[in-house]
Design a protein. Structure first.
Length: 565
């Protein structure tokens, strides 16, 4: 299936508060008519749906205002970062429909320049080497109501600090024995300004620089310098960095270098979902899911494998707008977005998830007819296809009731229903196994009702789908539900943790049958199984062993909520 890589929503996005800032800066010529944003992931995990909002915002603003967006890896923590994550992130951003051109960068590209800037601060008396342990530093920082305590090493001379820092770089000291700290204000009401750590000693192999470095910059030190070196104009961050902005500004002002503007917005929080990469990593490592691309995961690779389209995710992100206040978005809204997109693009096919045999007793045993089936009623150009019809069919077990409840209009003894694209059939008998369970339904058909059309104007309330038993392709179908049982996975009884809310029924695997044309379907192709939902061919599929993932059901709860408002 061809993906539409166009991104019309980006250029037509309304002017939220960030876009208004960018528009005003262009109008006043603040940045010389330039717009440069960046998406700066740390390569310590796979991207998730929350990252998609930031990607769409940063790349979308650059596209809307004729600028550029950099893809930059904040690879400053070698113990948690891997090349696998770098490659996955690149793949996900491209799949989402964005291109950074020549602007692919790594924080590790700037390690020497960051080190030189650190020496500049030492010479200016604004940074010092501290021998306190990480725990001692934490305890000396104070609280929101009490000032911190100055380090006993705070007033070392410039010469001693330079000597110690260079020896740190040379690898003379063990991990954690010394840090480089900025000399700011231990009484500042903002705890981030209480002599923050700029460098720590870490004898670890880096995925790009190898063993060239044994000191690594902290995020707050690296972040602003990366933006400055790349001459970013608008450094767009999530709200948790708002309290760090004064430090971002302090470092750049203390160095007297190019100074971008940092702007914060509310991150995406989704019901029934965890977004913490630490927790997602735990799900993977402890075997709660099959991997980062498990279709139950909120990762972009998981959503892609489940059948989400990049267009549906972009449209979802643009529909959220940009705000300053945190909130939780109902996951039904994301499901509505993919359902709306697939409704327009997904071919319709026939499939039976829980098969029950139906025998049309008065249909010739050797006869096979080719019925015309509509490929997509939303797309007049999609045309029709042929599906085989024969004496023995499979129908959904739920489409038959021996003792139907009131309001049940599907198949039951003595009742007539329409077989989609087929004939009218009337149930005449059932066959049961030794336990009394119905294993076969017997019917007669009206030959004059071919195509499911009433020959005499009689009305039939029920229409059910089917596949020809002789021609059906067996398939494994994976039915996914929410990974968590509660909208807030952190809502747990005292003494339990978030994993106690994992949904034991988040995956059900059924042996199904699909129409024969799907035997040639390729991994990633998406379909609507009529009356059942939207499904995607899983990469595990092989010729003769098809595997489908349910993307989303047909029921759209979000649309119903919207109508009530």
């Amino acid at each position: 299936m061809n993906e539409d890589k166009g991104n019309p929503s980006a250029t037509s996005a309304p002017l939220d508060f960030i876009r208004r800032i960018v528009a005003d800066d262009l109008r006043t010529g603040k940045w010389g008519g330039r717009v440069v944003t960046r998406f700066p992931p740390e390569p310590n995990g796979y991207l998730h749906i929350g990252h998609a909002k930031s990607i769409c915002l940063n790349f979308g603003i650059a596209e809307q205002f004729g600028g550029v967006c950099h893809l930059r890896f904040d690879d400053t923590n070698p113990t948690k970062e891997e090349e696998e994550y770098v490659n996955a992130i690149i793949e996900d951003v491209r799949w989402l429909g964005f291109d950074w051109g020549e602007h692919l960068y790594f924080a590790s590209d700037y390690f020497q320049q960051m080190y030189d800037y650190a020496e500049q601060l030492i010479r200016a008396g604004k940074a010092y080497v501290c021998d306190l342990s990480s725990e001692e530093v934490r305890l000396s920082r104070g609280t929101l109501t009490e000032p911190g305590r100055e380090s006993p090493y705070r007033n070392r001379s410039v010469e001693e600090n330079l000597d110690l820092f260079r020896r740190m770089k040379a690898g003379e000291f063990p991990d954690g024995s010394r840090t480089l700290r900025a000399k700011i204000d231990m009484a500042s009401p903002n705890l981030n300004l209480r002599d923050p750590v700029m460098y720590r000693i870490l004898h670890a192999e880096h995925h790009r620089t190898g063993a060239a470095w044994c000191i690594y910059p902290m995020y707050d030190w690296a972040h602003g310098l990366e933006d400055s070196i790349e001459r970013v104009t608008h450094s767009i961050c999530t709200l948790e960095f708002e309290d760090h902005r004064p430090l971002y500004d302090w470092f750049l002002d203390a160095l007297g270098v190019y100074h971008p503007r940092q702007i914060e917005f509310a991150r995406l929080n989704l019901s029934y979902t965890v977004m913490s990469k630490r927790r997602l990593l735990q799900l993977v490592r402890e075997g709660y899911v099959s991997g980062w691309d498990d279709p139950r995961m909120p990762t972009l690779s998981g959503l892609r494998r489940r059948g989400y389209t990049p267009e549906s995710i972009r449209n979802f992100c643009y529909s959220l707008g940009v705000a300053k206040d945190d909130g939780v978005v109902d996951v039904a809204r994301l499901e509505h977005s993919v359902r709306d997109d697939l409704n327009r693009r997904a071919p319709r096919v026939l499939a039976v998830l829980r098969p029950l045999k139906l025998v049309v007793e008065n249909y010739p045993e050797s006869q096979v007819e080719e019925m015309d089936a509509i490929n997509n009623p939303e797309d007049p150009g999609a045309g029709t296809r042929k599906v085989p019809f024969s004496r023995e069919l499979y129908i959904e077990r739920d489409d038959f009731r021996e003792h139907p409840p009131k309001g049940y209009f599907r198949l039951s003894p003595g009742r007539e229903v329409r077989l989609r694209y087929g004939y009218f059939v009337t149930c005449t008998d059932v066959v049961k196994d030794g336990g009394g369970e119905v294993v076969e339904v017997r019917c007669t058909y009206d030959p004059a009702s071919r195509g499911g059309n009433s020959p005499d104007g009689r009305k039939v309330k029920g229409t059910i789908h089917w596949v020809s038993a002789r021609h059906a392709v067996p398939a494994e179908v994976r039915l996914y539900e929410h990974l968590f049982t509660r909208p807030d996975p952190d809502d747990v009884p005292e003494g339990e943790d978030w994993t106690s809310n994992l949904n034991a029924n988040s995956l059900e695997v059924v042996a199904a049958y699909v129409e024969p044309g799907l035997a040639r379907a390729k991994a990633g192709e998406r379909f609507q199984f009529e009356r059942l939902g939207y499904f995607c061919v899983d990469p595990d599929s092989k010729p003769g062993a098809m595997v489908f993932n349910r993307t989303v059901s047909l029921k759209d709860t979000w649309a119903k909520v919207e109508k009530k408002r």
